[in-house]
Design a protein around this ligand. Structure first.
Ligand SMILES: [Zn+2]
Length: 256
Protein backbone atom coordinates (compact mmCIF):
# COMPACT_ATOMS: atom_id res chain seq x y z
CA UNK A 1 0.00 0.00 0.00
CA UNK A 2 2.94 2.33 0.74
CA UNK A 3 4.28 1.94 -2.78
CA UNK A 4 0.83 2.64 -4.22
CA UNK A 5 0.59 5.91 -2.30
CA UNK A 6 4.10 6.93 -3.40
CA UNK A 7 3.36 6.16 -7.07
CA UNK A 8 0.17 8.22 -6.94
CA UNK A 9 1.97 11.14 -5.33
CA UNK A 10 4.72 11.05 -7.96
CA UNK A 11 2.14 10.84 -10.76
CA UNK A 12 0.21 13.81 -9.35
CA UNK A 13 3.35 15.96 -9.07
CA UNK A 14 4.48 14.99 -12.60
CA UNK A 15 1.06 16.01 -13.94
CA UNK A 16 1.23 19.39 -12.19
CA UNK A 17 4.61 20.10 -13.78
CA UNK A 18 3.42 19.12 -17.27
CA UNK A 19 0.21 21.12 -16.86
CA UNK A 20 1.91 24.29 -15.62
CA UNK A 21 1.65 27.31 -17.96
CA UNK A 22 5.48 27.62 -18.27
CA UNK A 23 5.70 24.18 -19.87
CA UNK A 24 3.02 25.04 -22.47
CA UNK A 25 2.27 21.33 -22.94
CA UNK A 26 -1.46 21.15 -22.14
CA UNK A 27 -4.38 23.50 -21.46
CA UNK A 28 -7.93 22.74 -20.28
CA UNK A 29 -8.49 18.95 -20.40
CA UNK A 30 -5.64 18.23 -22.82
CA UNK A 31 -3.21 15.37 -22.31
CA UNK A 32 -3.19 12.39 -20.00
CA UNK A 33 -0.72 10.72 -17.67
CA UNK A 34 -0.39 7.30 -16.09
CA UNK A 35 1.79 5.17 -13.83
CA UNK A 36 2.28 1.47 -13.29
CA UNK A 37 1.13 0.25 -9.86
CA UNK A 38 2.16 -3.40 -10.32
CA UNK A 39 1.89 -6.10 -12.98
CA UNK A 40 -1.90 -5.99 -12.73
CA UNK A 41 -2.98 -2.37 -12.47
CA UNK A 42 -2.14 1.22 -13.40
CA UNK A 43 -3.33 4.69 -12.47
CA UNK A 44 -4.59 6.82 -15.35
CA UNK A 45 -6.00 10.35 -15.50
CA UNK A 46 -9.79 10.47 -15.40
CA UNK A 47 -11.73 11.96 -18.31
CA UNK A 48 -12.57 15.64 -17.89
CA UNK A 49 -9.78 16.47 -15.42
CA UNK A 50 -6.95 18.99 -15.95
CA UNK A 51 -3.26 18.02 -15.75
CA UNK A 52 -2.22 21.17 -13.89
CA UNK A 53 -4.88 20.73 -11.21
CA UNK A 54 -4.87 16.95 -10.71
CA UNK A 55 -5.63 15.60 -7.24
CA UNK A 56 -4.59 12.05 -6.33
CA UNK A 57 -8.32 11.19 -6.34
CA UNK A 58 -8.60 12.33 -10.01
CA UNK A 59 -6.70 9.23 -11.15
CA UNK A 60 -8.53 5.98 -11.80
CA UNK A 61 -7.01 2.59 -11.02
CA UNK A 62 -7.48 0.26 -13.96
CA UNK A 63 -6.69 -3.41 -14.64
CA UNK A 64 -4.35 -3.20 -17.64
CA UNK A 65 -5.18 -6.57 -19.18
CA UNK A 66 -8.94 -6.00 -19.00
CA UNK A 67 -8.58 -2.62 -20.77
CA UNK A 68 -6.27 -4.16 -23.37
CA UNK A 69 -9.04 -6.57 -24.41
CA UNK A 70 -10.23 -3.60 -26.49
CA UNK A 71 -7.21 -4.11 -28.76
CA UNK A 72 -8.90 -7.24 -30.10
CA UNK A 73 -12.35 -5.66 -30.50
CA UNK A 74 -12.07 -3.96 -33.89
CA UNK A 75 -15.80 -3.45 -34.31
CA UNK A 76 -16.69 -2.28 -30.77
CA UNK A 77 -19.28 0.49 -30.62
CA UNK A 78 -18.72 3.62 -28.50
CA UNK A 79 -21.01 2.15 -25.82
CA UNK A 80 -19.12 -1.16 -25.79
CA UNK A 81 -15.80 0.72 -25.52
CA UNK A 82 -17.14 2.66 -22.55
CA UNK A 83 -18.47 -0.51 -20.90
CA UNK A 84 -15.20 -2.43 -21.31
CA UNK A 85 -13.17 0.49 -19.93
CA UNK A 86 -15.56 0.82 -17.00
CA UNK A 87 -15.30 -2.95 -16.33
CA UNK A 88 -11.52 -2.51 -16.05
CA UNK A 89 -11.85 0.08 -13.27
CA UNK A 90 -10.80 -1.07 -9.78
CA UNK A 91 -13.02 -0.08 -6.85
CA UNK A 92 -16.07 2.12 -6.60
CA UNK A 93 -15.81 5.44 -8.43
CA UNK A 94 -17.89 7.74 -10.59
CA UNK A 95 -14.82 8.73 -12.61
CA UNK A 96 -14.31 7.48 -16.15
CA UNK A 97 -10.78 6.55 -17.23
CA UNK A 98 -9.24 8.55 -20.10
CA UNK A 99 -10.22 7.50 -23.63
CA UNK A 100 -6.48 6.77 -24.11
CA UNK A 101 -6.37 4.20 -21.28
CA UNK A 102 -5.62 1.32 -23.66
CA UNK A 103 -2.59 3.17 -25.05
CA UNK A 104 -1.33 3.77 -21.50
CA UNK A 105 -1.90 0.12 -20.51
CA UNK A 106 0.06 -1.23 -23.44
CA UNK A 107 2.97 1.20 -23.01
CA UNK A 108 3.17 0.48 -19.26
CA UNK A 109 3.33 -3.24 -20.09
CA UNK A 110 6.72 -2.69 -21.80
CA UNK A 111 9.68 -3.84 -19.66
CA UNK A 112 11.09 -1.11 -17.41
CA UNK A 113 8.34 1.43 -18.19
CA UNK A 114 6.64 2.95 -15.14
CA UNK A 115 5.38 6.43 -16.14
CA UNK A 116 3.75 7.81 -19.31
CA UNK A 117 2.93 11.41 -20.24
CA UNK A 118 0.89 12.28 -23.30
CA UNK A 119 0.74 16.02 -23.99
CA UNK A 120 -0.08 18.48 -26.78
CA UNK A 121 2.86 20.95 -26.54
CA UNK A 122 2.37 24.06 -28.70
CA UNK A 123 5.90 23.84 -30.14
CA UNK A 124 5.53 20.13 -30.96
CA UNK A 125 2.16 20.54 -32.63
CA UNK A 126 3.31 23.56 -34.65
CA UNK A 127 5.28 20.99 -36.62
CA UNK A 128 3.18 17.84 -36.09
CA UNK A 129 0.20 19.72 -37.60
CA UNK A 130 2.27 20.86 -40.60
CA UNK A 131 2.69 19.29 -44.02
CA UNK A 132 6.32 18.37 -43.26
CA UNK A 133 5.70 16.59 -39.93
CA UNK A 134 7.09 13.20 -40.93
CA UNK A 135 10.20 14.63 -42.60
CA UNK A 136 10.85 16.97 -39.66
CA UNK A 137 11.06 14.08 -37.17
CA UNK A 138 12.85 11.62 -39.46
CA UNK A 139 16.36 12.49 -38.19
CA UNK A 140 18.10 13.94 -35.12
CA UNK A 141 19.43 17.46 -34.67
CA UNK A 142 21.80 17.56 -31.66
CA UNK A 143 23.45 15.25 -29.07
CA UNK A 144 21.28 16.07 -26.04
CA UNK A 145 18.19 15.25 -28.08
CA UNK A 146 19.65 11.76 -28.65
CA UNK A 147 20.56 11.38 -24.96
CA UNK A 148 17.10 12.32 -23.67
CA UNK A 149 14.76 11.27 -26.47
CA UNK A 150 16.67 8.31 -27.91
CA UNK A 151 18.00 7.80 -31.44
CA UNK A 152 14.56 7.85 -33.09
CA UNK A 153 10.90 8.38 -32.20
CA UNK A 154 7.95 6.28 -33.24
CA UNK A 155 6.08 8.37 -35.83
CA UNK A 156 2.33 7.74 -35.72
CA UNK A 157 0.31 8.87 -38.77
CA UNK A 158 -3.04 10.48 -37.89
CA UNK A 159 -5.34 7.89 -36.31
CA UNK A 160 -8.63 8.39 -34.49
CA UNK A 161 -8.04 8.50 -30.69
CA UNK A 162 -9.23 5.53 -28.64
CA UNK A 163 -8.88 1.82 -29.56
CA UNK A 164 -7.92 2.44 -33.26
CA UNK A 165 -4.99 4.62 -32.11
CA UNK A 166 -4.01 2.05 -29.47
CA UNK A 167 -3.97 -0.73 -32.10
CA UNK A 168 -1.85 1.37 -34.45
CA UNK A 169 0.57 2.18 -31.61
CA UNK A 170 0.86 -1.49 -30.61
CA UNK A 171 1.86 -2.44 -34.16
CA UNK A 172 4.34 0.46 -34.54
CA UNK A 173 5.98 -0.19 -31.15
CA UNK A 174 6.36 -3.91 -31.93
CA UNK A 175 7.96 -3.05 -35.28
CA UNK A 176 10.33 -0.53 -33.59
CA UNK A 177 11.47 -3.05 -30.95
CA UNK A 178 11.82 -5.77 -33.58
CA UNK A 179 14.01 -3.54 -35.74
CA UNK A 180 16.16 -1.91 -33.03
CA UNK A 181 16.16 -4.27 -30.08
CA UNK A 182 15.14 -1.62 -27.51
CA UNK A 183 12.00 0.33 -26.74
CA UNK A 184 11.31 3.91 -27.92
CA UNK A 185 11.34 6.89 -25.55
CA UNK A 186 9.00 9.07 -27.59
CA UNK A 187 6.05 8.76 -29.92
CA UNK A 188 5.08 11.67 -32.15
CA UNK A 189 1.50 11.62 -33.35
CA UNK A 190 0.56 13.50 -36.50
CA UNK A 191 -2.05 16.25 -35.91
CA UNK A 192 -2.07 15.26 -32.24
CA UNK A 193 1.01 15.44 -29.98
CA UNK A 194 3.76 13.80 -27.96
CA UNK A 195 4.02 10.69 -25.76
CA UNK A 196 6.97 10.36 -23.35
CA UNK A 197 7.72 6.81 -22.20
CA UNK A 198 9.90 6.54 -19.09
CA UNK A 199 10.93 4.41 -16.19
CA UNK A 200 10.97 7.36 -13.76
CA UNK A 201 9.18 10.71 -13.43
CA UNK A 202 12.51 12.47 -14.03
CA UNK A 203 12.96 10.58 -17.28
CA UNK A 204 9.46 11.46 -18.52
CA UNK A 205 10.01 15.13 -17.68
CA UNK A 206 13.46 15.26 -19.31
CA UNK A 207 12.08 13.57 -22.45
CA UNK A 208 9.17 16.01 -22.63
CA UNK A 209 11.22 19.15 -22.02
CA UNK A 210 13.94 18.10 -24.47
CA UNK A 211 11.32 17.21 -27.12
CA UNK A 212 9.74 20.65 -26.72
CA UNK A 213 13.16 22.31 -27.06
CA UNK A 214 13.91 20.18 -30.16
CA UNK A 215 10.70 21.33 -31.83
CA UNK A 216 11.45 24.99 -31.04
CA UNK A 217 14.84 24.48 -32.67
CA UNK A 218 13.20 22.79 -35.66
CA UNK A 219 10.91 25.81 -36.08
CA UNK A 220 13.95 28.09 -36.13
CA UNK A 221 15.91 25.78 -38.42
CA UNK A 222 13.07 25.63 -40.97
CA UNK A 223 12.87 29.44 -40.85
CA UNK A 224 16.63 29.61 -41.53
CA UNK A 225 16.63 27.55 -44.71
CA UNK A 226 15.97 24.07 -43.28
CA UNK A 227 17.42 21.78 -40.59
CA UNK A 228 20.96 20.37 -40.92
CA UNK A 229 20.17 16.87 -39.66
CA UNK A 230 22.88 14.71 -38.09
CA UNK A 231 24.00 11.67 -40.06
CA UNK A 232 22.28 8.45 -38.94
CA UNK A 233 25.57 6.63 -38.24
CA UNK A 234 26.67 9.51 -35.95
CA UNK A 235 23.32 9.33 -34.14
CA UNK A 236 23.84 5.59 -33.54
CA UNK A 237 27.42 6.23 -32.36
CA UNK A 238 26.36 8.94 -29.88
CA UNK A 239 23.56 6.71 -28.64
CA UNK A 240 25.99 3.92 -27.79
CA UNK A 241 29.03 6.00 -26.64
CA UNK A 242 29.95 5.26 -23.01
CA UNK A 243 30.11 8.94 -21.96
CA UNK A 244 26.65 9.54 -23.47
CA UNK A 245 25.32 6.51 -21.62
CA UNK A 246 26.79 7.97 -18.40
CA UNK A 247 25.27 11.39 -19.18
CA UNK A 248 21.94 9.72 -19.88
CA UNK A 249 22.11 8.03 -16.49
CA UNK A 250 22.86 11.32 -14.74
CA UNK A 251 19.98 13.07 -16.51
CA UNK A 252 17.36 10.38 -16.14
CA UNK A 253 18.45 8.31 -13.16
CA UNK A 254 18.47 5.09 -15.13
CA UNK A 255 20.50 2.95 -17.50
CA UNK A 256 19.54 2.93 -21.16
ZN1 LIG B 1 -4.10 13.76 -27.04
Amino acid sequence: MGNRFFVLRQLTEMSHTLGSPEWDCAILGEGNTSAKVDDETLYVKASGTQLGAMKPSDFVEVQGKVAMALLERETATDTEIKDILQAAVVGDTNLRPSVETVMHALLLALPGVNFIAHTHPTAVNAIMCSKIAEEAVSHRLFPDEIVCCGPAPVYVPWTEPGPPLARKIRDLINAYIEQRGYRPKTMLMQNHGLVAIGSTVDEVLSITSMAVKTFKILLGAYAMGGPAFMADDMVERLWTRPDEIYRHKLLTGREI
